[in-house]
Design a protein around this ligand. Structure first.
Ligand code: GLU
Length: 274
């Protein structure tokens, strides 16, 4: 089977070097597997979403010399998120909850068999008073884990990973203000787009445990994964616009050679062996 990968940027800030690296990894893995590289705009971040950035992203990718097929943006897929959430809710795996972050922090953690403390459950503690009150839908993690049993997923670099999403607690799948959380949307979209190899930064490694549980609950195909190294700034911190990492669009406009930058990132990847 040929390899289908994707780059899935959120238009809430400009792309920087870390995104360029991620896109190149995805494009190169698809090319090496004789497959297809997809672009998906993840534009359901409410007021943080800046639709005009999507065009900048396309120009940035072109500047890096990449070619892709664009699949529908997340904002066009809300019905699929709604359907999946209502299915899980009907099956008793989600609960409605108005808890704030502060409420959640006040809940006593539960101790796992391994002696480690995990976030406590808000189940039954903060139900909405009425349907008019905004509520989130949280996964009842104990019920979900009981349903799915032991699971594994395969990372191309790290090998076989045993699923343990307890550090996320009863993770939010539908936010109070948005039609889906990152976890629900990305899991459904990767399946709908036929992605066979999910490539993304190592900062999202643990999230994959949540996605693997959702795949099992929703009967979705299970892709392989490749969590690549992150590109750090000179002080060893993750790049981010808020810390002043240069935007690709600024570098592009300043006349920098995008193809040369892509070559350097590929050389870096080869050197690091990921
Ligand atoms: N939209 C997410 C981001 O920009 C994508 C994460 C993923 O690749 O799963 O971080």
């Amino acid at each position: 089977m040929s390899v289908v990968t994707r780059f899935a940027p959120s238009p809430n800030g400009p792309l920087h070097l870390g995104h360029a690296f991620s896109a190149i990894v995805a494009a190169d893995e698809a090319a090496a597997g004789g497959g297809e590289f997809l672009l998906r705009i993840e534009d359901i971040d409410g007021p943080r979403t800046r639709p005009e950035l999507a065009d900048e992203f396309r120009r940035d990718l072109e500047w890096l010399g990449l070619q892709w097929r664009e699949v529908p943006a997340q904002s066009t897929r809300l019905e699929s998120y709604r359907q999946a959430a209502s299915r899980l809710e009907r099956e008793g795996l989600l609960y409605r909850c108005v808890a704030t972050r502060r409420d959640m922090a006040a809940i006593a953690p539960r101790r796992g068999a391994d002696g480690i403390e995990y976030p406590g459950s808000a189940k039954g503690l903060y139900p909405p008073a009425s349907l008019d009150e905004p509520f989130a839908l949280r996964l009842d993690l104990d019920a979900a884990l009981e349903r799915v049993g032991d699971l594994v997923w395969e990372d191309q670099a790290a090998g076989c990973v045993h699923v343990d999403p307890r550090e996320f607690g009863d993770v939010v799948l539908v936010r109070k203000d948005l039609p889906a959380s990152y976890h629900l949307a990305v899991t459904l979209d990767d399946a709908a787009d036929g992605v066979t190899l999910v490539t993304r930064g190592r900062d999202l490694f643990a999230s994959t445990d949540v996605h693997r549980v959702l795949q099992e609950l929703l009967g979705l195909p299970v892709p392989r994964y490749l969590h690549h190294d992150l590109i750090m700034d000179s002080r060893g911190r993750k790049l981010s616009k808020s810390r002043g990492s240069a935007a690709l669009s600024d570098r592009r406009r300043a006349g920098e050679d995008g193809l040369q930058l892509a070559r350097e990132l590929r050389a870096r990847r080869k050197g690091a062996g990921t």
